[in-house]
Structure formats: C-alpha cells, structure tokens
Ligand binder design. Structure first.
Ligand SMILES: N[C@@H](CCC[C@H](N)C(=O)O)C(=O)O
Length: 272
C-alpha cells in the first residue's frame, strides 16, 4: 500500500506528516516507531497524523507521536508546520488546530513563517504532571529545575554552562517525579530578552529545536524573574520568538516552517 507523506521541519526538528483525513492507514505505535527510524524507516523526530476535526471551529485534528511511538499532547514546531501545510493546500492565513491539548490558533505571518497561540501554560503539580504535591517552580532535584506543562510535560534547568543533554537527559526524562516522563530543557540566560536552550525530548532524544520546550522555558524563566515576557530562544537549529502574554496568559510562538520534500512509502514493509 503506497502512502504519500510530507517531510517537514521547524528549525531542524523534523517530522513525517501523514494525512488520514479521508482514509486510515493502520498507523499503530509500532508502525510509527518503525517509520520514524532514521536507519530503517523514513526518519523523523516526530510523526504527525492529520485527522478530520471533530471540534467546532477547528480545521484539522492533529496527533503528535514521538520517534519511539509514544503520543504527546503538543508539539510546537510541528504545529507551525501543519498550519503552513494547510496554507499550501489552499487554506487562508489563519487556521485552528485541534490537538489533544486543546484548540490552537495559528497565523501565517509570511509563507513559511508562522505564529501559533500555544494557549496558557499549566503550572500545577497535577498538570505537569508530577508524582506528588510539589511547588513546580522548585523541584527537589539537583540543579533546582522548574516544571511546566504546555500540553506536554517540561522541566527546565537554568545553568551557566550547558551540559551535553545525552549525559543527564535519559535519566531525567524517566525520573520518578515524572509519571508520564518529561522533556528536559537545559537553558542559559543570555539577557532579559534572549536565552540559549537545548532540549532532551521525551521519546525522541536530543533534537535541534523544541517549540513547546522553548515556550515552557520562557514561562519558567519569567516565573523566576530571569527574562522579560518576550524572549528569543536560541537552539541548535535556530531561534524562536516566544511571548507569554500578560493580558490572557497565552504563550505565542513565532518561527519558521519548512517542507523538505513529499514522498510515498510502502506501508506493507512495516509492522502493523
Ligand atoms: N518537538 C516538540 C515536542 C514533541 C513532543 C515531546 N517530545 C513530548 O513527548 O512531549 C516541539 O516542538 O514542541
């Protein structure tokens, strides 16, 4: 069964996008993990599945899966890519994405440049979630990290020297305090308006950029009084501009969305 897909990326955080709006392809977690494999499959950090929207006002229902086949409620970089894909397919300059974490409004600022309203962060211990009642601004873990949910769980370490995320990332992702695992951000404050970030992503490992991680890091940095509400986030793959709007508590993320190529894949060669 030959199935079309889009290969897209936001700052090098790369995606396979499959459109199941008219037909289902049997995309089980095992099949998604196999397709995401960089050596034996197509290869991507996240696998994105489009389905028909079932909420009023939404244009499409978007599901995000990590390279290991696990599902996430949010993916900032992929949200920008899907909004730009809808534009390429004849949609307008704005769209509404239905996700597991709620409705996200997206606006095309220019072709390939997108702002997504990622909604308000969730800052309660149950929201992240954490395993027990703890102040999310100071977790009892070496390095005094903070936690926040942007529809997915993030923990942020503020440091003067950034470590190699491969060293501490895997153990922190599965720390007992995070019952659903966590995305682990290592951030260095550069000024009130800029920070440097590397993220070890739950289910995918180190990526070149993490949109929801950039949002969570700015939220945590603002809560700690370290940066202003609009902040540039520099990652290995490039920069995003994040604004945590005081008026309504929403987090806005602006950055690029790129289509690398369109292809087809024979799904019969992959486990079902
Ligand atoms: N790359 C993403 C986040 C993808 C999901 C994450 N790994 C999770 O499991 O929550 C982004 O750009 O936000």
């Amino acid at each position: 069964m030959m199935i079309p897909f889009y290969k897209m990326h936001g700052l090098g955080n790369d995606f396979v996008v499959m459109d199941e709006r008219t037909e289902r392809f049997g995309l089980t977690p095992a099949r998604i993990a196999a397709l995401s494999d960089r050596h034996r499959g197509i290869g991507c950090d996240q696998f994105v599945v489009l389905r028909p929207a079932c909420r009023a006002g939404a244009d499409v229902f978007v599901r995000f899966f990590n390279a290991d086949g696990s599902e996430s409620g949010a993916c900032g970089n992929a949200s920008r890519c899907v909004a730009d894909l809808l534009r390429q397919q004849g949609g307008g300059a704005s769209s509404v994405l239905q996700t597991q974490a709620g409705l996200l409004a997206a606006r095309i600022d220019a072709p390939g440049e997108v702002t997504v309203d990622m909604g308000p962060p969730a800052l309660g211990w149950r929201d992240v979630p954490l395993a027990c009642e703890i102040d999310t601004l100071h977790l009892p873990i070496d390095g005094d990290p903070a936690a926040a949910s942007m529809g997915n769980p993030h923990v942020t370490f503020f440091m003067t020297d950034l470590p190699d995320p491969h060293e501490a990332g895997p153990a922190l992702e599965r720390h007992p305090l995070f019952p659903e695992r966590a995305n682990v951000g290592f951030a260095r404050i550069m000024s009130r308006g800029a920070l440097r970030l590397r993220v070890w992503e739950r289910g995918s490992g180190l990526t070149l950029a993490c949109g929801s991680g950039a949002c969570a890091t700015v939220v945590n940095a603002v809560r700690r009084g370290l940066v202003d509400r609009t902040c540039r986030v520099d990652m290995d793959g490039g920069s995003l501009t994040i604004t945590w709007r005081a008026a309504d508590d929403h987090v806005l993320m602006t950055g690029p969305a790129v289509t690398s190529f369109v292809g087809t894949v024979d799904l019969d060669g992959y486990p079902s």
